[in-house]
Design a protein around this ligand. Sequence first.
Ligand code: NCD
Length: 316
Amino acid sequence: MSTFQPSFPHQHLLGIEGLKEADISQIIDLADKYVDQNRQTNKKKDLLEGLTQINLFFENSTRTRMSFELAGKRLGADVINMSMSTSSIKKGETLIDTASTLNAMRPDLLVVRHGSAGAVKLLSRKVDCAVINAGDGKHEHPTQALLDALTIRRRKGRLARLTVAICGDVLHSRVARSNIHLLNIMGARVRLIGPPTLIPTGAEKLGTEVFHCMEEGLKGCDIIMMLRLQTERMHGGYFPSISEYFSLYGLDYEKLAHAKDDALILHPGPMNRGVEIDAKVADDLTRSAIQEQVEMGVAVRMACLDLLTRERRGVN
Ligand code: NCD
């Protein structure tokens, strides 16, 4: 790794919106180097030795929480996981009270996932440490967009001028929102494909092209990002039935044939096979980079933990 480490001009990572091209490149350039480190037998560094990272998850998560935990441990931080079910939140403590309590324990990093949009930003105003948004309601999930970007850049060599289709339940997806911002900033072309009920109104204003037909929308695409139907955020009927949804919007080989021959498939997980994606397509390693996304996730989170603690480590 080069000895010159430019400073990162943000105290927290709350979203992709508001970041500059240079910020995004700085994170994914550094993450690229952490991918190499993670492929070595000895994966551990002492960069964050003495620092405390608290992962505070008010919503369920498997890969994101584990990924942040691994990232912190590989950099030598003391990592503590706090999940909603064991916390005082169950006893009626407010988010602000929880923030003040945690702040008194003097953490250096807080990684927060919450069911409400804006909750992580609110919390960041009440603490002295760096805060990373690990997903807030339907709003943003910045590290997911960054790991998607790293996966794409390593496979395609660039992000600019690629055509990326984000498909399915865009309406309830913080992954989609963060990706739309990132891809626009990096100069990619973004298409949204899904039933009218699952595409946010005014999506074109976000710098995207909207399609309601998979075959049409996938034409000429370089990247296909599939999204899970977020039924936990749905109140009411957004589509007639799962089988109807799969036949119109589920990614199978027939629909895939409309994209470019070398189009790459991404999915943030968890995947629902036979709902938004055909099981065989998901497992086709010649087409899908879904496992690679998980690998890139750890590296991207290491880069974020590194950059956001540079000032307190006196690295700048
Ligand atoms: C996503 C999330 O939680 O927003 N998953 C993830 O972070 N790996 C997408 C989803 O839940 O469908």
